[in-house]
Design a protein around this ligand. Structure first.
Ligand SMILES: [Zn+2]
Ligand SMILES: [Zn+2]
Length: 152
């Protein structure tokens, strides 16, 4: 390899600069081939680290979005009054939540939509219990059933 580069200079095929660049590329390639396993492990590690950083940044961003969302809607379940942030979810008042999430990409993107549109009334905060209860009970949380039953 080295000889070829030197030969290239002698025969005038390459200028000194070109030959030097070619020589450097050859050395780098040889170095890479000799250390391939170690270099690949290192690259893999960098990749994993970057992915982990991205995951953390995304999780932090989603937490911030959710705080903003809950602050905008009053931080409690519209049905039972649950206030624990981790129990609370955004409910589509008129249904179609799953389809909307699919269309828009993910739950946090739906939160962002609500925040951007200034917390419109077609969303509400429900705890997961009431959210699921509502969907399993034809659109009305069982809490509301028992409330109207006891009122009657
Ligand atoms: Zn609730
Ligand atoms: Zn409820």
């Amino acid at each position: 390899m080295k000889l070829n580069s030197k030969l290239a200079i002698y025969t005038g095929v390459m200028t000194d600069d070109e030959a030097e660049r070619a020589l450097r590329a050859e050395r780098q390639r040889e170095y890479y081939l000799r250390n391939r396993d170690r270099i690949q492990v290192q690259r893999r590690g960098n990749y994993d680290r970057r992915r982990e950083e991205i995951r953390i940044r995304r999780a932090t961003y989603h937490r911030r979005l959710k705080r903003e969302l809950l602050a905008g809607y009053g931080q409690r379940c519209a049905c039972c009054g649950e206030e624990e942030e981790r129990f609370l979810s955004l409910d589509h008042v008129n249904g179609g939540g799953a389809a909307h999430r699919r269309q828009i990409g993910s739950a946090p993107m739906v939160w962002l939509d609500a925040i951007k549109r200034g917390f419109p009334a077609d969303y509400q905060i429900l705890c997961f219990n009431c959210n699921l209860g509502r969907h399993l009970n034809g659109g009305i949380c069982p809490h509301q059933d028992s409330m109207s039953a006891s009122a009657a």
